[in-house]
Design a protein around this ligand. Structure first.
Ligand code: SF4
Ligand code: SF4
Length: 325
């Protein structure tokens, strides 16, 4: 939307946007005394996320980041740093979240955490992990303990079965040691309230064709804007759809819809940034279902190829976004 594009917007959206621009302007004036009026606004937002890795070592059904579907690889530390540096002058997240995929699969995770803390010295730094590969990062506790008070490690426990809990025990033990070393560690049962984003029919991903407004209202992914490829994206399912491996079939109509989405460049105008952040439902929200549909998450230690989707896609269905890891 251009600087004046909101003239044609519905009145409620226009009012929200006007309020946002006024708030953004007053925040700049308050935080950067003497700053030239032509410099871009630094806008405070609740949360901003980056993938430190795209692939994952678990197979959570309906992972909102598609990481359970054979996605491989991830950005280098240099890529993450360049993306963060592009957005640090424009956005000030109250929480900056380093997620995935599984971020511990990036062997330079500690450096990425340090770089995020430097890029956003006033933000809380949150690292979200399933915990199984934390032991490969012996340099992380020192960095995170030095950041104590503004950085925490969120370890997601993904299943309550006997088998999973036995495999998760060493993660809990390591978490205790890191906590004793001064790291703020929080373990969360992320399989509780698990919800569906899409269904799998063999190797075909089936999106649930929700009503955009209803889907947006039900969704928690709207709280998770992503910086990826140097651009700002509305949410994980839109940002990472192109990472799906070729063996996962996506109907061309869904590809076209997702491809019509335009992420935001960091050199955008203040008005374009404000419009982006104020935008609610969009046509692309049809990818998501209109209502929350909770389901019991199958054990994510079992590879996807050894289990079928616990449910086939209905014509219309329910949903929400998943936790990050
Ligand atoms: S596409 Fe829309 S409804 Fe779906 S996760 Fe993103 S913001 Fe939410
Ligand atoms: S929800 Fe998290 S742990 Fe599970 S597959 Fe997705 S990224 Fe991995």
């Amino acid at each position: 939307m251009s600087a004046l594009g909101w003239k044609n917007a519905p009145s409620a959206s226009r009012l929200r946007l006007q309020a946002f621009l006024i708030a953004a302007g007053s925040k700049i004036a308050g935080r950067v005394p003497g700053r030239a009026r032509t410099e871009p606004a630094v806008v405070e937002i609740p949360n901003l996320e980056i993938h430190a890795w795209h692939g994952c070592n678990l197979s959570c059904e309906s992972c909102a980041h598609y990481s359970s579907l054979g996605v491989r690889g991830g950005p280098t530390a240099e890529m993450c740093e360049s993306w963060m540096q592009l957005w640090a002058p424009r956005l000030r997240p109250r929480v900056f979240s380093i997620v995935g995929g599984e971020p511990t699969l990036n062997r330079h995770l500690a450096r990425i955490v340090q770089s995020a803390a430097s890029a956003w010295p006033h933000s809380e730094i949150r690292v979200v992990t399933n915990g199984f590969q934390l032991g490969r990062h012996p340099d992380l506790p020192l960095i995170m303990s030095k950041l104590r008070g503004r950085a925490f490690l969120e370890i997601s426990s993904h299943h309550s079965s006997e088998d999973f809990r036995a495999r998760f025990r060493p993660v809990r033990e390591l978490a205790e040691r890191w906590a004793e070393a001064g790291v703020d560690v929080r373990i969360t049962p992320s399989d509780e309230n698990w919800t569906r984003r899409y269904a799998m029919n063999g190797s075909q991903i089936e999106f649930l064709d929700g009503d955009p407004r209803a889907a947006w209202e039900a969704c928690i992914g709207k709280k998770c804007p992503q910086i990826y490829l140097g651009m700002l994206w509305k949410c994980p399912p839109i940002a990472y759809l192109d990472l799906l491996p070729a063996r996962i079939h996506v109907e061309p109509a869904w590809r076209t819809l997702a491809g019509s989405y335009r992420p935001l460049l960091a050199d955008c105008s203040d008005a374009d940034l404000a419009a982006f952040l104020c935008r609610e439902e969009e046509n692309v929200c049809r990818l998501c279902p209109s209502q929350l549909e909770r389901f019991e998450l199958p054990n994510p230690l079992v590879p996807t190829r050894r289990k079928s989707s616990s449910r086939r896609a209905p014509a219309k269905s329910a949903h929400s976004c998943q936790p990050d890891a």
